[in-house]
Write a protein that binds this ligand. Structure first.
Ligand code: CP
Length: 334
């Protein structure tokens, strides 16, 4: 049984098939691929796009979605084995995943890092717990990666450039300022999928401390070796933006400061100028801009950039619906 936990677990041919199916779903809204099927959407964190697009996507394919928020409208869950459960958790993932599997055909999981200890967060225990005990396919709705966003992003780029072949495009993944340290998931994912598609990728970040986890840097290097793209890390804004075809922005916290964010704040605050603005975009090759959303305007990117015709963030958000329908259909019919 195949899950959708990371795009790196799927072959390039499988990803291309998902993208082609998503494009087809975009042309014809309704189908019966999930007729009589159900999906549980388990949210440990807030969402606008993911929740809405999964619920509507299931409906448009004849299926039904049930949304659960453990600790709010469902029981808090324990994930460690061997724990004496005398704390907040009322039940264990061993029961939760197996019981849900008796009711539904698919399980989606959103579980962000706790931002206290990266060595623990990088284990992705919540997602892996569901995948270990569920007897139905599990979909990553954003944990420490965001594979659904990856597919939506690539579909939007393919639409913008009018080709499924993105090799040779100069792609800049730029860190941007945010008042709080955020999840690295979308950055990990952008690096993974951009290198997978054979683009020439620059990871632009303020200091070496903002380089992403070695697991994702290694995935990117492996992808480059297979796809023929390239990968470089830069801390120089002007050279990174110059000639770029794609600028993808995201803010994230520096991994060495997980659990001790105090010393990270002055570094972050000193790099507010990483905001994506018209002057930087003017250096690009009439480049396209995107972001996974939500986005704080005039903090991460200016109004002018967001309102520019070169901003495809809304298209990318729409594509969440289409790619997730493709993922659900593929997993339900394996
Ligand atoms: N991009 C994204 O996953 O949006 P939400 O957090 O609103 O679901």
């Amino acid at each position: 049984m195949k899950h959708f936990l990371n795009t790196q677990d799927w072959s390039r041919a499988e990803l291309d098939a998902l993208l082609a199916q998503a494009a087809e779903f975009k042309r014809s809204k309704f189908g019966d691929q999930l007729r009589g099927r159900t999906i549980a959407l388990v949210f440990f964190n807030p969402s606008l796009r993911t929740r809405t697009s999964f619920e509507i996507g299931a409906f448009q394919l004849g299926g039904h979605a049930v949304v659960l928020a453990p600790g709010k409208d469902a029981w808090p869950i324990e994930f460690d084995l061997g724990t004496v459960m005398d704390g907040e958790a009322e039940e264990h993932i061993a029961e939760v995943a197996r019981v849900l599997s008796r009711y539904v055909d698919l399980i989606g999981v959103r579980a962000f890092p706790k931002f206290v200890d990266w060595s623990q967060d990088r284990e992705d225990r919540v997602l892996k717990g569901f995948a270990r005990y569920a007897t139905v396919p599990v979909i990553n709705m954003e944990t420490i990666t965001h594979p659904c966003q990856e597919l939506a992003h690539i579909l939007a780029l393919q639409e913008h450039f009018g080709t499924t072949d993105l090799r040779g495009k100069k792609y800049v993944l730029t860190w941007t300022y945010h008042p709080r340290p955020l999840n690295t998931a979308v950055a990990n994912s952008a690096l993974t999928i951009a290198t997978r598609m054979g683009m020439d990728v620059t990871l632009l970040c303020p200091t070496p401390e903002y380089v992403l986890d070695e697991r994702y840097m290694e995935w990117a290097r492996r992808n480059v070796a297979e796809s023929g793209g390239s990968l470089q890390v830069s801390h120089d804004i002007e050279s990174a933006y110059r000639g770029a075809d794609v600028v993808y922005a995201k803010s994230w916290g520096a991994l060495p400061y997980f659990g001790n964010w105090g010393p990270e704040k002055p570094i972050r605050d000193a790099h507010k100028h990483f905001i994506v603005d018209e002057a930087k975009m003017a250096l690009t090759n009439n480049g396209v801009f995107s972001h996974c959303l939500p986005l704080r305007r005039n903090v991460k990117a200016t109004d002018a950039v967001m309102d520019s015709p070169n901003c495809i963030a809304i298209h990318e958000a729409e594509n969440r619906l289409h790619v997730q329908k493709a993922v659900m259909a593929a997993l339900a019919h394996q």
